[in-house]
Design a protein around this ligand. Sequence first.
Ligand SMILES: C[S@@+](CC[C@H](N)C(=O)[O-])C[C@H]1O[C@@H](n2cnc3c(N)ncnc32)[C@H](O)[C@@H]1O
Length: 488
Amino acid sequence: VDGELIERDAPLSRSRLWDLQRRWFELAGERAWSEEVLPSYVTTNPTMAAAIASLIVAWVRDGGSGGEPVAIVELGAGPGRLGWHVARALAKDAHVVPRFTYVLTDVPARTLAWWRAHPQLASAANLAFARLDVESGELPPEIPAGPLVVIATYLFDSVRCDAFAVRDGALVEKRVSLVAPHGCDLDGEHALGEIGRAWSDHPIDAAHYGDPDLDAVLAGYASLGRAELTFPIAGLRCLRRLEERSGGRLLAIAADKGFVDARAYVGRSEPDTTHHGCISIAVNLNAFKSDAERRGARTFATGPARIRLATIAIAHGAPRTAELARAWDESFGHAGPDDWYALKRTIERRYSDCTLDELLGLLRTSRGDDNVLRGCAGALFERTCETPPSQLPPIRAALAEVLDAYLWVGEPADLPFLVGTGLHLAGDPDGARAAWAIALDLHARAPRPCPRLALGGLWLGDPDDPRVAAVEAEPMWVDLRDRLVKHG
Ligand SMILES: C[S@@+](CC[C@H](N)C(=O)[O-])C[C@H]1O[C@@H](n2cnc3c(N)ncnc32)[C@H](O)[C@@H]1O
């Protein structure tokens, strides 16, 4: 890159890159998800949440929480959707996990304010919010001492890490130099994508981090031969602090694009970095496992080839782990949320070929996943219109499950409208009316031109409702009404 050298030979974890990263998240706040800048479906859908909840339930059954209330802390919770679904899934296992608090944590003030003002999140039983900066040396007071579950999805790829290479059997640190192209606005939201990076090798001491466990984990990579790797130092230190706060009774679950097997680093060059506004660097999950094992934790990891959603679970201090081992195998080990995602992608290419039974089977299996309904609504509604009244109840039940599970994260607000339409076609006018009322509420919170809502407003049919009046004031209304009347 031709431009100005703005940093020379910085240890990656201390690079200015991370200041720019922070600024990007601060600027974006919840818009990173409402405007679908960042991918989040894989890590926040109901299937992923159910898999995580099953680990928590198993850990409690194993005595991991010692019968005490459990605090579940999600790091970098972003859209809040994973927490929403995990808390709902756990509520179904209240006989096993009777008392828990799920604390959504993140850093951007925008995100925290958005959660607190969100009617669904703010009124949910068991949900709490706190600012927790993984890169700071402190934990917020909202995280109580005692048994903890820590969840981090697509988080450790977004926070400070270091980079190393193995050269002739010895570790060297890879430091980064940054070049900003002429005219690059370092305060702007595109800076991270424009800055060029160059790497240089620097020798390191055996006590690089001054922490026996971390230095031993790092030293272990020297045996890899020719390899390049990252070291998730901010994440490791944060988990350590949480382990301490938990009094040694911690279940940690982390999922990211990354590597669970150190051998994946052999033959690599440069950290595996993706840019989508912010940057994400494929995570060395192997380091989390190795560090925890040094203190006697039981660990679990997905297979080495499953790098798109590599997942680990770490149990510190549990008296038993038999239930956890079984739940792990069932929910992640044998097949997992990454496999669900692959399957969904296959089917979503052919929703229009699916029979009603197939679509309903998919919706139920997805646990009321709104993303599935959005994709298959056209096909589902067509099949619904061809279905005799006696066979409509399962359609109504599937739609109701979607609406019940739905958390609005600021996206164009048409899901309740879709559900309302489906219920209307499936012969449930009261259900349709209730769903459209939710759609209108969302529209009132986040006004935007939305022809589908105008349609919903028409069918809601209460001209005195000010929300309906507001929707009807939109310019497309007259046109829509005319077309609807014309088509009966
Ligand atoms: C890629 S998003 C992932 C969001 C969500 N966990 C998911 O699975 O979609 C990364 C999240 O990490 C948060 N984050 C960035 N830096 C952080 C830090 N230093 N401490 C805690 N969270 C941070 C961001 O605000 C953002 O919510």
